[in-house]
Design a protein around this ligand. Structure first.
Ligand code: ADP
Ligand code: MG
Length: 233
């Protein structure tokens, strides 16, 4: 699905202090594209992802994802939108420690109308042979792959990734980014990635930079790199 944000503003009130997290943020992501968001800490990157994904509200402006305009939705409708269409991946994997890999991924089905098959999804991230393990038995990279499978199983229209490689070593992080690129290519999922990891910019169709709540520039990548196949060690 395409994503349009038009002059979105968002402030947070903490005690006496008002923080303007988004200032007139406008953005256009065509359907099936992969876009990277760069910017210093505190520049509003997570806030932007959260309002697009329906886990946070904005104060003014407009956001449209596919045919859904988020502005006027009631809380319940916004939750349904998120559960049907949006996959989230965070720096913290947020797996449920008492559930196996397969059970954790099962949680991600939510309201999907066309979920993917469990085996296909776990094979996609190279975790099918570990489906009965618990999170504590996995490395960080493996846990993030499970978190990606959990986001993928609903076959989301948009995948929002907030520093997905932030807790991983460089090599593992690269593989995770390649995996996201493959997801974008294979399923046509629109992917937004916040990352400091060099390299993803080359794979992305475009790169957006934020500063102090504003989108300060963006550029298109004429020839996005197609990475070679990911091999999981
Ligand atoms: P980034 O992801 O680029 O680091 P954020 O979107 O998390 O930036 O934050 C943007 C600004 O909004 C920061 O100044 C941050 O402190 C503030 N902020 C974010 N979330 C909250 C919140 N829940 N309450 C108060 N202030 C917040
Ligand atoms: Mg952030």
């Amino acid at each position: 699905m395409a994503i349009f944000a038009n002059q979105v503003n968002k402030t947070y009130q903490s005690g006496e202090v008002t923080v303007q997290a988004l200032r007139q943020a406008s953005l256009e992501v065509p359907d099936k594209k992969i876009v990277t968001i760069l910017g210093p800490s505190g520049s509003g990157k997570s806030t932007l992802l959260n309002v697009i994904g329906g886990i946070d509200r904005y104060d003014s402006g407009s956001i449209k994802v596919g045919d859904t305009v988020l502005d006027q939705l009631k809380d319940r409708q916004l939750t349904d939108y998120r559960r049907k269409f949006v996959g989230f991946i965070f720096q913290q994997y947020n797996l449920i420690p008492t559930l196996t890999v397969e059970e954790n991924v099962e949680v991600g089905r939510e309201l999907s109308q066309q979920p993917l098959h469990m085996k296909d999804t776990l094979e996609k991230v190279g975790m099918w042979d570990k489906k009965d393990k618990f999170p504590s038995q996995l490395s960080g990279g493996e846990q993030q792959r499970v978190a990606i499978a959990r986001a993928l199983i609903k076959n989301p229209q948009i995948l929002l990734c907030d520093e997905p490689t932030g807790a991983l070593d460089e090599e593992t992080g690269k593989n995770i980014l390649k995996l996201l690129k493959f997801v974008n290519e294979q399923y046509g999922t629109t992917v937004l990635i916040i990352t400091h990891n060099q390299g993803i910019g080359e794979m992305a169709h475009s790169v957006i930079r934020m500063k102090s709540g504003e989108i300060v520039d963006s550029y298109e990548n004429e020839n996005p790199v197609h990475p070679e196949k990911v091999t999981w060690s």
